[in-house]
Design a protein around this ligand. Structure first.
Ligand code: HEM
Length: 411
């Protein structure tokens, strides 16, 4: 990547305007060049499709973004055991790791998840029906708290065979972790809170693993305990870290995909009708909704060497922000990028699920659960309308989702 002068830009992604609609700012960033330095993020930013796409799978970028913190804590003269424990815990999640650790854990997890994921539709259908029936009965709902979130957490609980009754706990713990992982602002002492969340989550999973070990069976936990990669099983700590990561990764993005998708449809009657009238399948519609307003805005890498990506100004250890949500709106990639057009065929043409060795392992499940929810929500017999026009967006850079999405429902 060569640019004569690389811009240093200062902008606030979380000011109220950008939180409400970050896409005009992304367009400016794409126009400013293939790469720039962001003063506010303290790192390099890629926002065009081609650059983000190739960086997602680039060997000169490392996904082990917590390793530098851990190393500097270990070098520090004073001991900060709590922070060390937090970063050790997150470092064990294979999404924050490079090969060969990543390869070994991902390959086992992919094999174990494949069959249960395909069956997830029938397993969550009763939950979806009951959530929709409750919304009908009340004549309205907060689509996030009363549909998208319980459904997404319910789906991951079904997948992992953990009690549905514990879903309030998962939500609480992952909220504590989100503050750190997705770069939320306005959250005091986010490290302490994240550590508290991770500790409680890990101790819950340790107990679950102890109970399942030796019991056999076909569930995901049993599979993670027994499956091998090149003859080697996962250690108990690796199984615990992987389940914690799945619980975390498995519901927030799906919740926001349903929320953002529902909002886009509520705001666009023509496209909503196209879905209701069956002009497009819910699955195809969902792909365009993912492109149009991605629940994952950005993912982060660290430069693994000086001059990474052919950019002389990048130094080893620098953070590199890959804005997938901006890449999806790049006019060099799609025509009329700011228009929602459910009929366009975008599967494989957006990078909302990432790309390459870290491509989302939960995509097959999200692609079942979310279209089913949107399809049933807007089904022909039901009328759904926004109950509020002033909507508040979550204060995170990494994820994009509403705080609440109140709707009126008439069955
Ligand atoms: C619409 C919903 C979802 C979206 C938009 C999404 C998006 C993503 C993205 C962008 C990545 C790549 C991150 C990177 O390259 O740094 C990723 C990775 C991952 N996702 Fe998802 N995800 C969704 C749902 C799920 C679900 C339901 C699960 C689990 C059941 C899941 C599990 C994972 C895992 C395990 C990884 C790590 C893969 C790796 O590093 O090899 N995701 N996801």
């Amino acid at each position: 990547m060569s640019e004569a002068t690389i811009a240093h830009l200062d902008y606030d992604l979380l000011d109220p305007g950008n939180r409400r609609d970050p896409y005009p700012l992304y367009a400016e960033l794409r126009d400013a060049g293939p790469i720039h330095w962001s003063e506010s993020l303290g790192g390099w930013v890629l926002s065009r499709y081609d650059e983000v796409h190739s960086a997602l799978d680039h060997p000169e970028l490392s996904a082990a973004r917590f390793t530098p913190y851990l190393e500097s804590l270990r070098r520090a003269p004073s001991v900060d055991r709590d922070s060390e424990m937090l970063y050790e815990g997150l470092n064990a999640w294979f999404t924050f790791a490079d090969p060969p650790y990543h390869t070994r854990l991902r390959s086992i997890t992919r094999r174990v998840l494949s069959r249960p994921m395909k069956a997830i539709g029938t397993r969550v259908e009763p939950l979806l029906d009951s959530l929709l029936a409750e919304a009908d009965e009340r004549g309205g709902a907060d689509l996030l708290d009363e549909l998208a979130r319980p459904l997404s957490v319910g789906a991951i609980a079904e997948l992992l065979d953990v009690p549905l009754a514990d879903r309030a706990l998962f939500l609480q713990w992952s909220e504590l972790l989100t503050a750190l992982i997705a770069g939320a602002v306005d959250v005091p002492s986010r490290r302490e809170r994240a550590l508290e969340g991770l500790r409680e989550l890990n101790s819950y999973i340790h107990a679950l693993v102890a109970e399942r070990r030796g019991r056999g069976g076909e569930d995901v936990v049993a599979g993670l305990l027994s499956e091998r990669h090149e003859g080697e099983p996962l250690s108990t700590d690796e199984v615990v870290a992987t389940i914690a990561m799945l619980l975390f990764a498995g519901h927030g993005s799906t919740t926001n995909a349903i929320g953002n998708g529902a909002l886009a449809l509520l705001r666009n009657e023509t496209q909503r009708r196209a879905l209701i009238d069956g002009e497009v399948t819910a699955e195809d519609a969902f792909e365009e909704l993912l492109r149009y307003d991605s629940p994952v805005q950005v993912t982060v890498r660290n430069a693994a060497c000086d001059g990474a990506l052919g950019c002389g100004e990048i130094s080893a250890g620098d953070r590199v922000f890959l804005f997938v949500a901006s890449a999806n709106r790049d006019g060099r990639r799609v025509e009329r990028p700011d228009e929602l057009d459910l009929a366009r065929s975008v599967r494989g043409r957006h990078i909302t699920f990432g790309y390459g060795i870290h491509f989302c392992l939960g995509a097959p499940m999200a692609r079942i659960v979310a279209p089913m929810a949107l399809d049933r929500l807007f089904a022909r017999a039901r009328s759904v309308a926004l109950a509020e026009t002033e909507l508040e967006w979550q204060a995170t850079v990494g994820f994009r989702g509403l705080e609440r999405l109140p709707v009126d429902v008439a069955a």
